[in-house]
Design a protein around this ligand. Structure first.
Ligand code: NDP
Ligand code: MG
Length: 402
């Protein structure tokens, strides 16, 4: 069998997902060719990845970083062309020689290039969930109109994708969950580091404690989102768009062991699940090789070591961010864009010691109440809602009323 070589751009190559993607690719050099890598602040790490993979392009955000990177590559990757700026991210996401784009920039900063990759009809490996939270309708329209191939990398959505009927998962908008015989999507959540911590001590938790996830090793922002369960809220919105699923058919199930990555309940009572070790190389490899399977280096799941699997209902008093995300999804319009932007401001403020952990949902709620119904009919209106939400949230922070 001749193997089709895939030509890849990795947006966010220096992050947790980017590094795991390069690890999987390194195991299959005959099947994957890296065409472009992007980074932001970790220039040395980007330089090392460029030297290892010799991409045609490397992208950073500003000229100063570009000069530094160019200097580091001069002797060991002289053929890598260094570009800078947001337009360069879009350029490498849409290069004609690229067929696959790993979208792994964190936050809404990743949205424009991810959307451009979808519009250009690429295979999009979607880790950047914020793209769907900010611009889900536009993004899914772009996928449909261009014939792009969309493979979810977030472990829960990847699990659901794996156990959905093929015709439905590849074209969820041609039909509905009900027509495909599905009654519910069951999204599992670890509950993060504060699942059992006493409620009245939550206002004292430190950024160091919040980023120490019990099961997964991830970037800082998503780790704080997991601790507040905003991550699961964002994932409910992500599932809504990916699988054409109304909020009423998405149920969050707390599962502290993070072994069952999510489930699909069918109308006949069957529940199909995908299980595995909590290691992002599994969903990444699934997306890279789809519809085939490749080796990942992940230690096989040992069920005897796992021993037991527990499931609980989420506690919305402990995790108000989850309720805020469901409410924003129900509100429609640009409410989820506002939720996302306010969350990004709140998480950054918590990580820099400006606010307490328990202030995160307060700040988000205040921002949502101040901006009740902004339109979501174009990329311009969504970016305006994102900007307006950042302005309102920053103002709340400055007056420190939360
Ligand atoms: P990291 O923080 O580890 O990495 C983020 C990447 O984005 C880095 O390459 C970073 O560059 C780059 N970046 C940061 N800010 C900007 C910007 N303004 N413009 C361009 N690039 C930027 O995040 P993760 O890898 O953990 O997460 C990436 C995405 O994947 C997120 O959307 C997250 O929600 C999602 N995800 C992550 C999972 C995980 O296990 N980590 C699981 C499921 C989803 P640099 O480091 O050089 O500054
Ligand atoms: Mg996830």
């Amino acid at each position: 069998m001749t193997v089709q070589v895939r030509h890849i751009t990795i947006l966010g190559a220096t992050g947790s997902i980017g590094t795991s993607t390069l690890d999987v690719i390194s195991r299959h050099p005959e099947q994957y060719k890296v065409v472009a890598l992007t980074g932001s602040s970790q220039i040395e790490r980007l330089a090392k990845a460029c030297i290892d993979h010799q991409p045609a392009y490397a992208v950073v955000l500003d000229e100063q970083a570009a000069d530094r990177l160019q200097g580091m590559l001069a002797d060991h990757a002289p053929d890598t062309c260094v570009l800078c700026g947001a337009d360069a991210l879009t350029r490498v996401a849409t290069l004609p020689e690229v067929d696959t784009v790993m979208a792994a920039i964190v936050g809404s900063a990743g949205m424009p290039a991810t959307l451009a990759a979808a519009r250009a009809g690429k295979r999009v490996l979607l880790a950047n969930k914020e793209t769907l939270v900010l611009a889900g309708g536009l993004f899914m329209n772009a996928v449909r109109d261009s014939g792009a191939e969309l493979l979810p990398i977030d472990s829960e959505h990847n699990a659901i994708y794996q156990v959905l009927p093929i015709a439905f998962r590849e074209h969820p908008y041609r039909t509905s969950l009900a027509a495909a015989g599905i009654s519910k999507l069951l999204l599992t959540a670890s509950g993060g580091p504060f699942r059992t911590r006493s409620l009245d001590s939550l206002h004292r938790v430190t950024p160091e404690e919040a980023v120490r996830h019990p099961n997964w090793s991830m970037g800082q922002k998503i780790s704080v989102d997991s601790a507040s369960m905003m991550n699961k809220g964002l994932e409910v919105i992500e599932a809504h768009w990916l699988f054409n699923a109304p909020a009423s058919q998405i149920q969050v199930v707390v599962h502290p062991q993070s072994v069952v990555h999510s489930m699909v309940e069918y109308q006949d009572g069957s529940v199909l699940a995908q299980l595995g070790s909590p290691d992002m190389r599994i969903p990444i490899a699934y997306g890279l090789a789809y519809p085939h399977r490749i080796e990942t280096g992940v230690r096989p799941l040992n069920l005897f070591e796992v021993g037991r699997l527990d499931f609980e209902e989420p506690d919305l008093q402990r995790f108000p961010c989850l309720a805020l995300a469901f409410a924003a999804l129900e509100s429609g319009g640009a409410a989820t864009a506002v939720l996302n932007a306010a969350n990004e401001i709140a998480v950054a403020a918590f990580l820099s010691g400006q606010i307490r952990f328990t202030d995160i949902p307060v700040l988000i709620e205040k921002t949502l109440s101040a901006l009740p119904c902004l339109p979501a009919d174009s990329i311009e209106s969504l970016l305006a809602a994102d900007g307006e939400a950042r302005r309102v949230a920053s103002q709340e922070l400055a007056t420190c009323t939360c």
